[in-house]
Write a protein that binds this ligand. Sequence first.
Ligand code: FMN
Length: 439
Amino acid sequence: MEEPTPPNPPKISERGMIARRKFLNFLAASPLVATPTVTTAIASVLVSGSDRALAQSYDVLRGSSRALGPDGIITAPGDALNVFEFEPAAKKAVLAQDAPAHWGYLESGVDGDVTRDINHTAYASYKIRAKRLIDTRKADTSVKIFGETWRSPIFLCPVSSLGAYDPEAGVTAARAAGKRGHQMILSTVDNANIVDVGKAHGSPVWFQLYPTDDWTVTQTLVSCAEAVGCPAIVLTVDRQGGRNTEDLFRMRRQDQRDCSGCHTPGFANEVSRKANFAGIDVSKVTNLYGTGMTWGFVDRLRKIVKGKLLLKGIVTGEDAKEALRHGVDGLLVSNHGGRAEESGQATIGVLAEIVDAVNGRIPVLIDGGVRRGTDVLKALAVGAAAVGIGRPYVWGLASFGETGVDRVLQILDDEFITIMRQAGALNVSQIRRDTVTRV
Ligand SMILES: Cc1cc2nc3c(=O)[nH]c(=O)nc-3n(C[C@H](O)[C@H](O)[C@H](O)COP(=O)(O)O)c2cc1C
C-alpha cells in the first residue's frame, strides 16, 4: 500500500529553512551561548583570521544577521559580502555631502570608460587550475619586496585628494593598511603628508612622485620622503598627454556648490593646498603632469634617489626593457585605473609581456581592476610580485572610514587565501604561470 502523502510537504528549500530555524532556536536556548563570552568565542572561531576562509563552508550564520538598509545598501562594513558592495555605500555617503563632482572624480575613467572597465573584466579570461589533495591549511600569503616582508601581496595604490572622502585622507587609509600588514603608496597630491601617513601606517610607506616642471621642487619632494625613511619612490609616467575624464565632467554639471574655495584656477592653488608641498617654493612650477618628461629625466632622478626607484604606468615590453637600461629597480604595470589613455588594453592583458621582458631582473607590480582575491591570484600567476587596489579602498574609506578600508582589505585577503589554498599553493612562490590558463 502506498504511504499516505503528508499534507503540503515542504519543498527542499523550505525544509532547509525549517532546519536552520530549529538550529537557531536551539542555539538561542542553549546555556552554552547564553553567556556573551562564549557567544563571542564561537563567533570569533567562525570568523577570525585566516581560519575564516576555511570555516566558510559550514558558517551558516554568516548571512543571517547581515541586513541591508531599505535602499539595499550595506549600513556597516561587516555587512559587505564583497568589495563591490562598498561602491553604492560610498556613492551614497559622497552624495549626502552634496558633492557629486567628488564622486565623478573617483569613478571616472577617460572617454567612454572602456579601459577602466576592461581592467576588471579581462580577469575573466584567465581561468584557475585548481589542484587537489595538498594540505594548504597553513598557506602563507606574505611576499618579500626589496627586502620588506608584506603580510599580503595586496597594496594600496596612490590616490590623490583622499580628503574628499575622509577628513584625515591618507592617514586613515594608512592606519587601516598598517594594522593589517599591507603596504601603501602615498600620492604626491594627497591631502595628508608623508610624515603623518608613515606614522599612521606604523612603518614608512612608499611615495608616488609627480615631479612638477621645477627640478628643485622634485629634489625637495624626494628628499622629504627619504628623510622619513621612505624606501621607494614611484615615478608616475602615464599622465603626460592630458586626458578627458568625462564622467567627472558629467557629474560636475550636477554639483551646486561653489567650488572656488578649493579649486581656484591656476597651478599654484592646485598644489599649494596639498600637504606634501608645504614649505616648498612652488612659484616657478607651471605643471604637475605634462612636464615633457623623457628617459633623460629618469636618469636624472635615478642619480638623486637613494632608495628604490620604480616607474608607474609602464604597459609595453619595450618600455620595460628601456627601464632596465636606465637603472630602474621595479615597475608598476598600470594605466592609472583607466584614467590615463583610452587604450582598451587591460593591465592584466599586458602583464606577461612586461614580466617576460624584464625576465626576473626586477619586480613587476600591477594595478587596475583588481576586485577579487581570484584577480590577485591570477596576477601573481602571470608574474606580478604584488597587486595594487585603487578605487575599492576609497569606497571603504568614503563609506565607513578606517573600518571600511579594513573590511575591504579583509575581504580581499580572505578571498585570496581561499583561492590560494584551492589552487594548491602553500606560499606565493607556488603560484606560477601554470596556476592559470587563458582562453
Ligand atoms: C581618484 C583617483 C585618483 C588617483 N590619483 C593618483 C595619483 O595621484 N597618482 C597616481 O600615480 N595614480 C593615481 N591614481 C591611479 C591609482 O594609483 C591606480 O593606478 C588605479 O586606481 C588602479 O585601478 P583601480 O582603481 O581599478 O583599482 C588615481 C586613481 C583614482 C581612482
